[in-house]
Design a protein around this ligand. Structure first.
Ligand code: ATP
Ligand code: MG
Length: 386
């Protein structure tokens, strides 16, 4: 529930555009005292980001105190945050400071802030407005504190506000600097790097000789949806390491969930998690068909739509995926098939990288025939023969 200054294991691994942006934003956030709100699915690294902001800030030598608001009854949460006075409730035998007082000149990280009850939201708002600490059971404020507040949630707070579960005034107070960490399936470039990093870490930890991953197994790992994001990936790697005695991890060594999902889904298209997938997918497929079948150029039919935000990154990745499936993972051939001049190869790749839409080519070399069920038509065939 509460922990102070855990400093081990503090690295943001990844080379995707998203991770590089987050690193830049961490440096920027660390230079100020502004409140930070971090959003993202479970396990994407919200706590890591909060700890890095603190570590790089001028407050680094003061404590960073973390409190998870989920599952705590109001009375306990309020007492953890603000402290209590003796006799204020059964079991309150002495005065106790809250964690806001335990981090003078430091940082307080409130995790799962979206879970706070309406009453606690009012209490937090009052504190943010006055900076005053009033311990539970006290009839006046006890002291002022200087802390920097970082909050995180995996809820969609805008939706929570619309549905009357989260106060808009509190949201505006918390949402000064915003980090929206994308799920792992939207930055699959990071997967091999994270796997390599955790393999090394767990081999060292469990005294297992070096382990590497066979290409087929890596393809399955890259194709998996990772609903638990990096936390799940870390656990899978640890399980694999513990079961192995060194050597190469094969496809058969992977957990059943990962293998089954990769078999059902031939690739980790982010569009697959998009509620608008059918419409989006067909738009992406139509554009791919325009290029592959009718000789239209990528720069003429896809680029302008994407720049005008009429196409999402998921759409663009889907288009690239279709192209790579046709060219067996060959980007040079893809440039040709998308009717671009050969000399546009570098420009095209850097465009994809800049927008985090560069898919690793490896899985288009080994995977499809093996993992795509017989009955499932190829994505392009669906367009040609609907
Ligand atoms: N980019 C990254 N590089 C290395 N490790 C990471 C990265 N992102 C997350 N992790 C690791 O993944 C695990 C989950 O990260 P973290 O606890 O920060 O996620 P979270 O978003 O706070 O999750 P939750 O919403 O469930 O609280 C941690 O062990 C963390 O060290
Ligand atoms: Mg967390």
């Amino acid at each position: 529930m509460l922990n102070v200054n855990r400093s081990q294991d503090l690295r943001l691994i990844g080379r995707s555009h998203a991770i590089r942006e987050i690193e830049r934003e961490i440096d920027c956030a660390a230079r100020s005292d502004a409140k930070v709100l971090i959003t993202g699915e479970t396990g994407v690294g919200k706590e890591v980001v909060s700890r890095l902001i603190h570590r790089h800030s001028a407050r680094a030598s003061a404590p960073l105190v973390t409190l998870n608001c989920a599952g705590l009854p109001d009375s306990l949460l309020e007492s953890e945050l603000f402290g209590h006075v003796r006799g204020s409730f059964t079991g309150a035998y002495r005065d106790k400071p809250g964690l806001l007082e335990m981090a003078p000149n430091g940082t307080v990280f409130l995790d799962e802030v979206g879970e706070m009850s309406p009453r606690m939201q009012v209490v937090l708002l009052r504190f943010l407005e006055t900076g005053e600490i009033q311990r539970v059971g006290a009839d006046r404020s006890h002291t002022h504190v200087n802390v920097r507040l970082i909050t995180a949630t995996n809820r969609d707070l805008e939706k929570e506000i619309a549905e009357g579960r989260f106060r808009e005034d509190l949201y505006f107070r918390l949402n000064v600097i915003r980090f929206a960490i994308p799920p792992l399936r939207e930055r699959i470039d990071d997967i091999p790097l994270l796997i390599g990093y955790f393999l090394q870490m767990y081999c060292h930890l469990h005294g297992v000789p070096t382990v590497d991953v066979a290409p087929e197994a890596m393809d399955a790992l890259a194709s998996y949806r990772w609903p638990g994001n990096i936390r799940e990936l870390k656990n899978v790697v640890e399980r694999v390491v513990v079961k192995s005695s060194g050597g190469t991890v094969q496809h058969a060594d992977l957990p059943f969930d990962v293998v089954r999902s990769a078999a059902v889904r031939p690739s980790a298209s982010p569009a697959a998690s998009d509620p608008e997938q059918p419409q989006r997918t067909s738009q992406a497929e139509q554009l791919a068909e325009l290029m592959l079948k009718h000789g239209e150029s990528f720069w003429a039919v896809v680029h302008p739509l994407f720049m005008a935000r009429d196409l999402t990154r998921a759409d663009l990745r889907r288009i690239v995926q279709i192209g790579l499936e046709c060219t067996n993972g060959n980007y040079r051939m893809l440039v040709e098939r998308f009717s671009m001049p050969t000399e546009d190869y570098k420009r095209f790749l850097s465009f994809l990288r800049k927008h985090d839409c560069h898919l690793p080519f490896q899985r288009f070399r080994a995977v499809p025939a093996k993992y795509r069920p017989e009955s499932e038509p190829s994505p392009l065939r669906k367009v040609v023969n609907p």
